[in-house]
Write a protein that binds this ligand. Structure first.
Ligand SMILES: C[S@@+](CC[C@H](N)C(=O)[O-])C[C@H]1O[C@@H](n2cnc3c(N)ncnc32)[C@H](O)[C@@H]1O
Length: 275
């Protein structure tokens, strides 16, 4: 039987898809070059041509070493969040705990918490990772990703930030990692069109103290010290105009706080250590 993949790619490019995306869609939906797969390929290409992000069309996307399932219930994991995981792992290395307790606040697809669990396990460290989200849909995706990668020690909690967590965790968490919503409602218009397809609750936060989109960052920073173990760290991604406010909030909450710059030199990650 003839392999239909080359002609499918040609057809998708002719209909307006970039060659690289056309190849990815064909590889995903025409496994083995089966002629019966042409309808699935065309349906996926139509979604992409209608503006849906490629990651949702494919249904999965790489994040550090993990291939994560993604769909419109979760934010598409971003490269800058991969850098947040580096900072989180550096904080855990500094603490050198045999069985660290880690919270991933606003876990979405599970990108941060699952990467930490996976990469620590590869170094022989068995972390207790708890993924937290206010969206049941996001938690369903995150749980499926944990199963997909055999990360049985990761648990998930439906909670409004720290509010629904087991109080016995007070003062016992070694790392709080968070990538909360931090886009102001007024900033959404004119932003990357991909954002229009992602859950609004994953992106947009109310303004706080005159800082656009800062309310969730402010809540997490203020509450984190009570949950951190001595020496434990909050590692939090924020908007590129929120750095000074995030630092000030962390210092006001009693944390030793630092900026961490991304590869483009913008301060996008706050590290706050409990003394
Ligand atoms: C920017 S996304 C981050 C997703 C994932 N951690 C990542 O980095 O790709 C923010 C996440 O926070 C969740 N969230 C929003 N408000 C929340 C709240 N009050 N409590 C817990 N989670 C919340 C959203 O549902 C969403 O999954």
């Amino acid at each position: 039987m003839a392999d239909v993949r080359p002609s499918l790619v040609e057809g998708l490019v002719a209909s307006g898809l970039a060659a690289r995306e056309a190849r990815w869609i064909v590889e995903e939906f025409a496994v083995g070059g089966d002629p019966d797969s042409a309808a699935a390929v065309r349906a996926a290409a139509r979604r992409r041509l209608d503006g849906e992000p490629l990651q949702y069309v494919l249904g999965h996307w790489p994040f550090r070493g993990l291939d994560l399932d993604v769909d419109p219930r979760v934010l598409i994991p971003r490269p800058e969040t991969e850098e947040l995981v580096d900072h989180a792992l550096a904080e855990l290395a500094r603490l050198d705990e045999a069985s660290p307790v880690v919270l991933d606040l606003g876990c979405g697809s599970g990108a941060i918490g699952l990467s930490i669990a996976h990469e620590l396990a590869a170094r022989g460290v068995r972390a207790r990772v708890i993924g937290v989200d206010a969206s049941e849909g996001a938690l369903t995706v995150a749980r499926a990703n944990a199963r997909k990668h055999g990360l049985a020690d990761v648990s998930f909690v439906l909670s409004d930030w720290f509010d629904g967590l087991d109080p016995s965790l007070h003062g016992r968490v070694h790392l709080v990692a968070a990538n909360p919503p931090y886009v102001g409602a007024d900033e959404l218009a004119g932003a990357d069109p991909v954002l229009a397809h992602e859950p609004r609750g994953a992106l947009v936060a109310p303004d706080h103290d005159g800082v656009a989109g800062f309310a969730d960052v402010a809540r997490i920073v203020a509450a984190a010290p009570a949950w951190l173990a001595p020496g434990g760290a909050l590692v939090l991604e924020h908007g590129d105009r929120q750095g000074p406010a995030a630092l000030a909030a962390a210092r006001a909450a009693g944390l030793e706080a630092f900026d961490r710059r991304d590869l483009a030199g913008r301060d996008r990650v706050l590290v706050g250590r409990r003394p």
